[in-house]
Design a binder for this molecule. Structure first.
Ligand SMILES: *Cc1c(COP(=O)(O)O)cnc(C)c1O
Length: 413
């Protein structure tokens, strides 16, 4: 469900025709729909209804301040993976007391800043990290609230680059070590065990792996409670997939049913860490066609979006639909849509049947709201795109296009 649709042959974001934004702001530009962002958040909230839960939006999916502000105003918390993300959450008006901190490589400095900010809990991913957190807690004279992120060894059945719950993955502590670590933590004066956590991967399109992982972790939660650990939170991570092409991920309702069934009788407040499902289909990336190029082997369409602006196709072999901003009749031809970056992997779409566009024609790269701008870089010294938030018939720039001066800020020749 999103608010990007054609009116009289022109693609709109809510009530705003996309050419108007391209004219005013240029391309490439990320365009988000506020109504879609809000609706996605509400759908997840409503799916869990009265069951005690907290939605901690996963900041890395899209960490733009205006997006964070919107979820903070909707009552959401946040899932962060760095001190930088904590700073963003605070800058956007998010509540650290509703924020959880994951990641295998938190530095002592990041731990200290998060603890001072009054974070809800640290999702700890190794025995040595737990000892470090204890040391930081003791140094500050506080008990750091923590959950262990356990690795349930479940195949999430997603792309190998975004599966995180296998035995061979760097994430989480082995399931079998968890009980021992919670027991040891009782003697550690800088720690306080408040929850249990898992996250098995991203772009999950099937319920079975989620059910398997959560059932396993819920069982561990119950036995830890029986052993007297005063846990309150069961954090089930994020990962719910979206439709990029023809995937049929579980709806938020189905997802909630699976989660609630698998975690019943724990008495825990559930923490959810959705990222992609909230923002993915709420954003498009506007691009302009620069050149068409025919070689004996192929037809190429060169656009002004590069892998530095949207790295998902190059990094994950990801598929993004391409929609002409103004519909045009004609017979589709098979083309490779490529960006300007000097890398062979800078291909937005391979062997894609589209009506051969004119030079200057606008395209919308669909489903670009998640892991788009947050992964953008300045590789090839390309300033990063602008971002726009549409709200009904109104729109505003929420991040200005980077300038070339921004590119060398802090440098000394
Ligand atoms: C990335 C991540 C998420 C969000 O994943 P999505 O697939 O975007 O929902 C949640 N929790 C953790 C720990 C993550 O690393």
């Amino acid at each position: 469900m999103n608010h990007f649709s054609y009116h009289r042959g022109t693609l709109h974001a809510e009530e705003v025709p996309l050419p108007a934004i391209a004219e005013a702001v240029g391309t490439p530009t990320y365009v988000y729909s506020k109504a879609t962002l809000t609706r996605h958040f509400q759908m997840v909230t409503e799916a869990f209804g009265k069951h005690p839960h907290l939605i901690c939006y996963s900041v890395k999916a899209n960490s733009t301040l205006a997006v964070l502000r919107l979820f903070a105003e909707a009552g959401g918390g946040f899932d962060i993976v760095s001190g930088g993300e904590l700073a963003r959450v605070r800058q956007a008006g998010g509540d650290p007391a509703k924020t959880v901190f994951a990641g295998v490589g938190k530095t002592p400095d990041e731990m200290e800043r998060a603890l001072n900010a009054g974070l809800l809990m640290f999702n700890v991913e190794s025995a040595e990290e737990l000892e470090m957190l204890d040391a930081v807690g003791r140094r500050l004279g506080r008990r750091a609230p923590f959950a262990l992120r356990v690795n349930p060894d479940v195949d999430a059945r997603t792309h190998r680059h975004i599966a995180t719950g296998l035995k061979t993955s760097k994430f989480g502590v082995p399931f079998e070590e968890a009980v021992d670590l919670y027991t040891r933590s009782r003697k550690m004066k800088g720690l306080s065990a408040v929850g249990l956590d898992c996250h098995i991967g991203s772009q999950l399109t099937r319920s079975a792996p989620m059910k398997a992982a959560i059932s396993k972790v819920a069982g561990l939660y119950r036995s830890l409670k029986e052993q007297g650990h005063p846990l309150a939170y069961l954090d089930i991570g994020g990962g719910l997939g979206i439709t990029y092409r023809d995937e049929t991920p579980p709806s938020p309702q189905e997802y909630a049913r699976t989660v609630l069934e698998a975690s019943k009788d724990t008495g825990a407040t559930l923490i959810l860490e959705p990222g992609r499902v909230l923002v993915g289909n709420a954003g498009v990336l506007l691009t302009r066609v620069l050149y068409r190029k025919r070689t004996p082997a192929k037809t190429f369409v060169v656009v002004d979006v590069g892998m530095n602006d949207l790295i998902r196709p190059a990094l994950y072999e990801a598929h993004h639909e391409l929609q002409p901003v103004v519909k045009r009749r004609g017979k589709p031809v098979q083309v490779d849509v490529v960006g300007p970056v000097c890398e062979s992997t800078d291909v937005l779409a391979r062997a894609r049947p589209i009506v051969l566009p004119q030079q200057g024609e606008l395209y919308a790269v669909m489903s670009a709201g998640a892991y788009g701008m947050s992964m953008a870089s300045t590789y090839n010294s390309r300033p990063r795109p602008a971002e726009v938030l549409v709200d009904g018939a109104a729109w505003r720039v929420i991040r200005e296009r980077e300038t070339v001066e921004d590119l060398w800020r802090g440098e000394r020749a």
